[in-house]
Design a protein around this ligand. Structure first.
Ligand code: TRP
Length: 531
């Protein structure tokens, strides 16, 4: 969070970061398992960092040009590898954003978060993609093609109404995208059932189409890079993280070469390499015969150093010693290594040819002595792309919090009172907000005295996630007035309800206005499938 963020000094209770914030940290009570087809709520966002290795969004916030209010308010709370995307946006370099929607019901205000995220990235210069996951809706949710068509149209109209530019971006449905399906087939050759079992809990009863919808989603995620590799962000809820991880894995598996760093002809694991690197820096070659530092020298130096000073497990030390002793008199020299993973012979030869400076060629790897890691990565990608490979970058992701249901608990498409559909009659929207539960105290007196619990209030959440829009000062004022006891729930809900009514009126007007725009796009609105 930046220092001048007006939301920063507020007093929220349980935040996942050291800094307090006004994002209405409320969330439904549920388990932390990430299941793309299960119930979407997360009770403890901290676990996502600790157990799943999602990173805190705050740590990249400063690198993001003109961050969206959902980023500033911590609604977008986590990411994987978002830095390359932020950097590309900053430097006007190619980047892409893609997300997908399962057309199983009406688009609601939770989906609006994702629409906004796509549109914001598009406005920052990224190539933008919005897709209708109709194969997934059919296979994983049993939706008929008729239902799918109806809902697909509604998602697309809302996406366009909120500002997606179809001239600059691409909309597609999975079932109609041949290139996508070819890519899915190809990726499927690099994934197997055991893996699906481990990641998604699939078993012998899982139908094959469901598995196919997984490889299709993998293809969706990599689709923006078909023309050229580029940093790509996938904005989703954290329930989709298993998909993101698998896609990052598959992207890597498709690469022709793997670039690593080495010190001699043999391989080192990361911790072993760090150890060798430290001694390489420390030992002076002049101290040895013919001014050459050799494997045995490092082995000897390591043996003379107490384990307590090395900061590694005994097993790591053991293994590195064995390797160094076997290396014997081989000189120790840092180098960048290109492993041949699945390169064609032409690609391997082209790589060898292109490496500048001293190099050594082996059966299935090449060592380059005058290239740093970054240069080597770039070269590997270039050669791959020139020789018919994809050169995929691992896709990045950002994660937003799930909204709390208006009635408490989780917001669910199947409980109408818990959410506000973007298609709700504006009066119904007004009524739902008026009927929502709040973080207010038992009595007005107590509320004035102790202040409201904005962090547990679905109505405050509406302000922060939607109604306050880009106006941080307004969001903060609502928060401060609530927690100081000045703002009572009745008035607060009245204001929110009115704003919601206005939002829905405006949004629905815009939906009508973009009907023509939708008709002009290439996306198929009626599936030829009916069974
Ligand atoms: N599985 C997503 C959902 O349940 C939909 C989806 C399909 C998707 N392909 C995608 C999301 C690619 C992000 C990126 O809603």
């Amino acid at each position: 969070m930046t220092g001048d963020d007006p939301l920063e000094e507020s007093e929220s209770g349980e935040s996942t970061t050291a800094e307090p914030r006004t994002d209405g940290g409320a969330a439904g009570a549920d388990d932390v398992a990430l299941d793309p087809w299960g119930s979407s709520s997360v009770s403890d966002y901290r676990k996502l960092f600790e157990e799943f290795g999602i990173e805190e969004f705050d740590e990249v916030l400063e690198e993001v040009p003109n961050p969206h209010y959902l980023m500033r308010r911590g609604v977008i709370f986590g990411h994987r590898d978002y830095r390359p995307v932020a950097e590309a946006l900053q430097n006007d370099e190619p980047a892409a954003v893609l997300s997908g929607f399962m057309p199983t019901g009406d688009p609601h205000i939770g989906h609006k978060l994702v629409f906004d995220e796509i549109i914001w990235h598009q406005q920052q210069g990224a190539d933008a993609y919005g897709l209708i996951a109709d194969l997934e809706a059919n296979s994983a949710r049993g939706m008929s093609w008729e239902e799918i068509d109806e809902h697909a149209r509604d998602y697309l109209l809302s996406l366009l109404a909120l500002g997606f530019d179809p001239e600059e971006g691409e909309l597609y449905r999975q079932s109609e995208n041949r290139e996508l399906q070819d890519l899915a087939f190809e990726l499927g050759a690099d994934a197997n059932f055991s893996e699906f079992q481990a990641i998604y809990g699939f078993d012998g009863e899982t139908d094959v189409s469901h598995m196919q919808s997984v490889v299709t989603q993998m293809a969706d995620i990599l689709y923006p890079q078909l023309e050229e590799p580029k940093p790509t962000v996938i904005p989703v809820g954290p329930d989709q993280d298993p998909h993101v991880r698998l896609a990052r894995d598959l992207a890597e598996r498709m690469r022709f070469f793997k670039v690593t760093e080495a010190y001699a002809s043999f391989e080192l694991e990361d911790e072993e390499r760090a150890l060798v690197a430290a001694f390489y820096e420390r030992l002076e070659p002049e101290a040895f015969d013919d001014d050459t530092l050799r494997c045995v020298h490092v082995a000897e130096a390591l043996e003379e150093t107490p384990l307590s000073e090395l900061d590694v497990d005994a097993s790591v030390l053991d293994s590195v010693l064995t390797k160094l002793e076997e290396g014997g008199m081989e000189p120790l020299r840092p180098r960048t290594r290109f492993f041949d993973r699945r390169a064609t012979e032409e690609a391997f030869d082209a790589l060898v040819e292109t490496i500048d400076g001293e190099k050594r060629v082996y059966e299935s790897h090449v060592d380059a002595f005058e290239l740093d890691r970054g240069e080597a990565e770039e070269l590997a990608r270039e050669i791959e792309v020139d020789n018919g490979g994809y050169g995929f970058r691992p896709p990045s992701s950002i994660y937003h919090r799930f909204m709390t249901g208006l009635t408490g608990g989780k917001m669910s498409s199947s409980i109408p009172a818990s959410h506000i559909s973007l298609l709700d009659d504006p009066e119904d929207g007004y009524d739902k907000v008026k009927a929502a539960s709040t973080g207010g105290r038992e009595t007005a007196e107590e509320h004035r005295e102790k202040g409201g619990k904005a962090d547990e209030c679905p109505v405050y959440e509406l302000y922060a996630y939607l109604l306050a829009g880009d106006d941080d000062e307004f969001a903060k004022r609502v928060y401060d007035e609530c927690t100081s006891g000045e703002r009572l729930c009745g008035d607060c809900k009245e204001q929110a309800a009115q704003l919601m009514r206005e939002f829905l009126e405006e949004h629905q007007e815009k939906r009508e206005e973009v009907e023509d725009l939708l008709a002009e796009t290439d996306i198929e609105l009626e599936s030829p499938r009916r069974r």
